[in-house]
Design a protein around this ligand. Structure first.
Ligand code: NAD
Length: 365
């Protein structure tokens, strides 16, 4: 069965991978995206002009824009990914996080509920609102513990607090208004087209250019890594088969410290760039002052989604990371384009990191 899917944030890292999978599967897709510094038409590649795809530049926090898109497209499914997503930026200035992640989710839920009320028959029975969230809402874990669907929320950063608020709104719209909402909380993603301010693309691109590799604190922070294509498949599985009102934890069962990730990347780059003057790339690693309030460990128990929906990650960290390195090395044009777009879109004040340095100085923005 195919759907008319409204994907918010579809020009971002995960959204673009999802849009490609949906179009490949025969769905009609409307990408609704504000095109902030993190969202780019280039992320959608040739999919942007696919006959079953439409693109609307719009803001989820602007009610009239959301109403116009939903009334015109009449989605049978909404997959809500639009968000401000970078923890460092949320620490430097949280305004956009509060507006997009909280107010934007509220607007999406409210307009979706009015739309749902007008649906009938099979379209109403099948309608789903998938709210896409993060494991960071659960806080930081002690060794040996795991996040599950029923653990207590303990968000520690402005980013995770804004996502936690949006999760609660999604839950309330199910409970109070009967909107068929499903929520996913996923661990750290990696793969092609991630904006080069996040750990993995930042390290690959800096290392390739011989720039320092800034590692927060001792680099012992543990994250559970999932390849972006696996996350996109999980989102479709949750929208297809997840039970309204339920939450699904998604992860890669792949815990690595940041130092392990950076050393693995350096080894892959040493092999891919045998003539590079910057080998061994691990020599570029520099420890820098830790992020304030930095969570120490995240790890997911994914037993529920495996058992209920039959989803499991397909990509191993080794193969996924090797593919990711090759993709960034082969796509200089993409990098130049997104960095130029982002520099033009961001006001000067938003280039600043919490330590007062400019994002550009660390080679990312
Ligand atoms: N990246 C991860 O590791 C990860 C892990 C778990 C969950 N998530 C969640 O998945 C979603 C997507 O994350 P991502 O990594 O692809 O983020 P991203 O920053 O790459 O993309 C976000 C997209 O949302 C768009 N956007 C931002 N504000 C908007 C607004 N007001 N209106 C419309 N569009 C807007 C941006 O232009 C961009 O295209 C987010 O909700 C994030 O919280 C991300």
């Amino acid at each position: 069965m195919t759907h008319r899917v409204l994907v918010t944030g579809g020009a971002g890292f995960i959204g673009s991978a999802l849009v490609a999978q949906l179009l490949e599967a025969g769905d009609h897709v409307l990408t609704f995206d504000k095109l902030t510094y993190a969202g780019h038409r280039a992320n959608l590649g040739a999919w942007i002009s696919h006959p079953n795809h439409r693109f609307v530049q719009g803001d989820v926090a602007e009610r009239e824009q959301v109403i116009a898109a939903i009334e015109e497209f009449r989605p049978t499914r909404i997959m809500h990914l639009a968000a401000e997503s970078h923890v460092d930026r949320s620490i430097a200035a949280a305004d956009d996080f509060i507006r997009t992640n909280i107010l934007g989710t509220y607007v999406m839920l409210q307009v979706a509920a009015a739309h749902y009320d007008r649906l009938e028959g099979a379209e109403r029975d099948d309608f789903r609102f998938l709210h896409v969230s993060t494991d960071e809402v659960f806080g930081s874990l002690a060794p040996g513990a795991y996040f599950r669907e029923d653990v207590q929320y303990q968000p520690n950063s402005p980013y995770s607090a804004s996502k936690a608020a949006s999760d609660h709104l999604a839950r309330a719209w199910r409970h109070t208004y009967g909107l068929p909402v499903v929520v996913s909380n996923c661990s750290n993603n990696y793969g092609p087209r991630q904006f080069p301010e996040k750990l993995i693309p930042l390290m690959i691109l800096n290392a390739a250019e011989g720039k320092p590799l800034p590692v927060y604190g001792d680099g012992g922070q543990v994250r559970d890594w999932l390849y972006v294509e696996d996350h996109a498949r999980a989102l479709t599985a949750i929208a297809d088969k997840g039970r309204p009102g339920e939450v699904y934890c998604v992860g890669g069962e792949c815990e690595r410290t940041n130092m392990e990730v950076v050393h693995t990347l350096c080894a892959l780059l040493d092999a891919s760039l045998p003539a590079s003057a910057h080998r061994p790339h691990a020599g570029l690693i520099r420890h820098v002052t830790d992020r304030p309030g930095h969570d120490r460990r995240y790890a997911m128990d994914i037993a529920k989604i495996k058992a209920e929906l039959g989803w499991a990650p397909r990509e191993s960290f080794e193969t996924g990371l090797a593919k990711t390195v090759e993709w960034y090395l082969a796509h200089h044009d993409w990098r130049a384009q997104v960095l130029a777009d982002a520099a033009a879109r961001l006001p000067e004040t938003q280039h600043r990191r919490t330590d007062g340095s400019m994002f550009e100085k660390r080679g990312s923005l």
